[in-house]
Design a protein around this ligand. Structure first.
Ligand code: HEC
Length: 305
């Protein structure tokens, strides 16, 4: 048996999770001396909760631990506190934890349980958009009479600032800025929007994004054969697999096997949210439109003092 452990141990960790999953289980079963250390390292490296959970599950049975390894292992449960992977995932994790605890001497358990349950304070993410007070549910007829004012006396810096504060820069590239969403450009590059759209049309798009949706940036709804649904922009589509961006801001993607898809439809709803300019005064709306219309050119006539 010794030779078996050594030979298998050399293969671990392997390059694929599929192999590691088997090896981890086997090596724990065989009592390989370094399986705990190697598996803890794999848990640290993996971004996939499902993989980490598998490793944690394997390790619950491991026999030989150093105190530091134990602490490392039980601290992992604390890191998983915010994980929501289905209804029963919390219970499932608690069950793994308890099984692992049961393997330990009674006296060691309370301290390790405390580690597993320690509440981790996460730094709060910076707010995407400073809270701005609501001004008005603007409609096209409200603003149409004022649109002539887009061409003169506009405040360039305010228009630019609003492009960032109203989240536009998250989804759109513009004159070398923006495109902040992790998944890349969610919406079209707006640098040349002024040559394709009048101020009126830009405004109409902002007020009612779903009225006309550009095909290339549309999102799609997939109905699976089991009735479940997945939606988002499609980044890749081939005979076997469709890759969908399920969260435009984080760029989180999901692969769906093409064979599971029953129906694909263009979503009637734009990814661009409505109501983005309800916190703007009329003058601010005009500044934003002038900024977009003029391609971010500070020297344009509209900004002349
Ligand atoms: C959550 C992402 C998102 C945000 C935030 C967003 N947009 Fe968009 N926008 C899109 C997407 C996706 C499209 C293309 C699909 C469509 O036509 O609806 C688009 C299309 C547009 C278009 C039409 C461009 C074209 O070439 O067809 C304009 C103009 C526009 N957005 C302006 C803005 C402005 C101004 C803001 C900020 C007030 C903004 N968007 C905020 C995602 C976004």
């Amino acid at each position: 048996m010794q030779i078996g452990i050594e030979k298998l141990g050399k293969q671990y960790p392997a390059k694929s999770f599929a192999l590691n999953r088997e090896l981890c289980q086997l090596l724990v079963y065989l009592g390989a001396p370094d399986v705990v250390e190697k598996t803890l390292a794999l848990m640290d490296q993996s971004d996939e909760p499902a993989e980490q959970i598998w490793y944690a599950l394997c390790l619950r049975e491991a026999g030989t631990w150093t105190p530091a390894q134990r602490e490392h292992y039980f601290s992992w449960f604390a890191k998983m506190q915010d994980y929501h992977g289905g209804n029963s995932s919390k219970k499932f994790l608690a069950r793994i934890r308890d099984l692992a605890l049961e393997k330990l001497p009674e006296a060691d358990r309370p301290a390790l349980l405390a580690l597993a349950e320690k509440v981790i304070e996460k730094p709060k993410p910076a707010p995407l958009m400073p809270a701005r007070p609501f001004v008005k549910n603007w409609t096209l007829p409200d603003l149409e009479p004022a649109l002539a004012g887009v061409n003169q006396g506009r405040d360039f810096n305010r228009g630019k600032k609003l492009f960032g504060e109203l989240l536009c820069a998250q989804c759109h590239l513009f004159a070398g800025t923006g495109g902040l969403a992790k998944g890349g450009a969610v919406g079209p590059d707006l640098t040349a929007v002024g040559s394709r759209f009048s101020a009126h049309d830009i405004l109409a798009k902002i007020l009612d994004p779903s009225k006309t949706i550009s095909d290339q940036y549309a999102s799609y709804l997939f109905t699976m054969k089991d009735g479940s649904m997945v939606g988002g922009q499609v980044t890749e589509e081939n005979h076997y697999l469709v890759t969908v961006i399920v969260d435009p801001f984080s760029g989180a993607k999901q692969n769906i096997p093409a064979g599971n898809i029953a129906k694909k439809e263009k979503s009637p709803v734009s990814l661009m949210p409505p109501g983005l300019i309800t916190t703007l005064s009329q003058d601010e709306v005009l500044d934003l439109l002038a900024y977009l219309q003029n391609g971010g050119n500070e020297k344009a006539k509209a900004f002349a003092k």
